[in-house]
Design a protein around this ligand. Structure first.
Ligand code: AMP
Length: 300
């Protein structure tokens, strides 16, 4: 085992004490575990950038607004540690896994509430009340405990990146946010811990999400955003009718919760694609399939 596992804040402090006194750059990768290649891409990026990497593994209860989702969230610490052990580490690199209990993370009840204005009023925000505040609480706590120079987040959770950027602006911590591209399975499905909950039949059709978004990104260059959004919703919602096959269960269908085409920085819905935006506009989607809520996004 190359990694150091810290289960308490004290153990984490001890593991980091030498790095702190030398002012060594620390990279932080916050996760909720059930690690896959998407997480590993963030961790590898941090290993390349910093002499010390802290990977946190904590299923953060206060960011779940759905009890069942929290209960069903996979918790696979042993397998996570085994996967981390497969990483190639430079000899001098220190990889620390911080896997605290809930009591350790929140010894006191949490009463902090963060507000992020317009960027939380779209997409995930209204559908998951309290979610982003819960994310901000845990991320700030991790920032305080780890004091990283850089923190790594995946663009799969595109809105979350905008929220963390705004959090850093509000709390004025000198931490560089590194946004990392989505890692996909060979068939295009964005890797996610929730994919494990898909039945084989659902997993087989799930790549239609990315295929549809990719086509929509092309269409958005010459069509109104509202029309493209409607096309995405219609295409996926009627997918089971158009693509019927003998081995597909009758009730297996996509249910689009939202699809938005938004400015890459402000996350506000666009009517058409502007020329030379600061960040590329993005199409973001949340889709239910087989009782599992999947999210994805594609840049335009
Ligand atoms: P999670 O454990 O789902 O909270 O994810 C932890 C971090 O990994 C977040 O910053 C996610 O955006 C990122 N992440 C999750 N899935 C992927 C993926 N397929 N590609 C890139 N980053 C990902």
């Amino acid at each position: 085992m190359k990694t150091i596992v810290a289960k308490t804040t004290q153990e984490l402090g001890e593991a980091l004490s030498a790095s702190r006194s030398n002012n060594t750059a620390i990279g932080l990768v916050p996760t909720m575990g059930a690690l896959h290649q998407g997480h590993l891409s963030l961790i590898e990026r941090s290993i390349g950038d910093n002499p010390v990497t802290v990977v946190s593994i904590f299923v953060n209860p206060i960011q779940f607004n759905n009890k069942e989702d929290l209960q069903k969230y996979p918790r696979t610490l042993e397998a996570d540690l085994a996967l981390l052990d497969t990483l190639e580490l430079p000899d001098s690199h220190k990889l620390i896994v911080f896997a605290p209990s809930e009591q350790e993370m929140y010894p006191e009840p949490v009463d902090t509430v963060y507000h992020f204005g317009a960027i939380e009023e779209v997409m995930e925000g209204p559908r998951r009340p309290g979610h982003f505040s819960g994310v901000a609480v845990v991320v700030r706590r991790l920032f305080d405990l780890v004091q990283p120079r850089k923190a790594y987040f995946g663009e799969k959770d595109y809105q979350q990146i905008a929220i963390i950027r705004e959090l850093l602006r509000q709390i004025k911590y000198p931490i560089e946010l590194v946004a990392c591209p989505i890692v996909r399975a060979d068939d295009g499905l964005a890797l996610s811990s929730r994919n494990k909950r898909l039945s084989p039949e659902a997993r087989a059709i799930a790549p239609a999400i990315y295929a549809t978004l990719s086509q929509a990104a092309e269409m958005a260059l010459c069509e109104d955003c509202d029309e493209v959004k409607q096309w995405v919703a219609d295409t996926l919602n009627s997918w089971h009718l158009v693509n019927q096959s003998d081995n597909m269960p009758n009730n297996l269908c996509f249910e689009v919760e939202y699809v938005e085409i938004v400015d890459g920085t402000t996350l506000q819905p666009l009517l058409s694609i502007p020329e030379n935006p600061a960040l590329p506009p993005v199409i973001c989607i949340a889709v239910w399939l087989d009782g599992v809520r999947l999210i994805d996004m594609v840049k335009i």
